[in-house]
Design a protein around this ligand. Sequence first.
Ligand code: BG6
Length: 323
Amino acid sequence: MAEHAKKAAKPKPSTIPISSPAPAAQVHLSPDGSRVTATLPTGESVAVLLYGATVVSWRSGGAENLFVSDTALLDGSKAVRGGIPLVFPVFGPPGANLPVSKLPQHGFARTSRWEFLGKSTSESGAATASGGDDSVKLDFGLSPVNLAPEMRAAWPFDFSLIYSVTLGRDGRELETSMFVRNEGDVSFDVQLLFHSYFAVKDITQTTVAGLAAKTYADKVLKTAGNGETAEALAINGEVDRVYSGAGPITILEGGVPRLEICRDNLADVVVWNPGAEKAGGMKDLHEGGWRQMLCVEPGAVATWQTIEPQDTFEGGQIVKVLG
Ligand code: BG6
């Protein structure tokens, strides 16, 4: 027998299997403390500014799903024109003689600095394409101590907000949910909305399905109780509508379903695009930006949510990349 064959026949020492740790989600706070970024092992990511707890990026499959204007101010001097600004405790310009009357349009949540409360991750074993974390959740908090004095004076209620941003399903799903608690001893009324700006290639080729037969208030025509007749709503010019009672909404590009938006405990959804003319007057929307964005905004805004002392309200949106 050849020498090398004899060697090969020798019993090998048994090896102790060392399992390498499954890849983990990376969560990073920027050096200036202004933004939290979470990245899954697959490379999908989400970025959130502490200013407004505004989600300013959600990347999956190498593409950006959210629109942020090139001229948006990201320095905390103005609500971000893009991403997912948070609307609370009032939607739109506040009406007169209401407890929210002294607040600015869309309230204070989008212009306040939130606290980063921490992260949690989960993995779903064999079902995970990456073999590691397939989901990461970031939590943010806001309470009266975080408000600018003029906002605190304008809406002097005791509340706490916990906002959770979850990048799931290997980054192909983004969930945002808000937990509102009345910490005081008088009830208050609130509205809540996720002002999501989705990136589209060309608004003239973009349609919105899931609204047929639903009633809506038209903020452009200033009419209420309209019934949607389109199976897939095309965006021709300025559109600003509050739909109530719809199911899941689908954004299609060139007739191809791209994103699905589901709501949790939120009755309404706003569809907004400023159109060319109105966009021309918006300094923080770059030229032609209106063509590249569509706001589909889940919320509770057609009525008010009354929250009794020590009681809570919770609502959320789940956005899925289709295909
Ligand atoms: C939408 C409203 O949610 O937000 C529109 O329905 C409004 O009426 C739009 O114009 C943008 O608001 P803002 O305050 O961010 O310019």
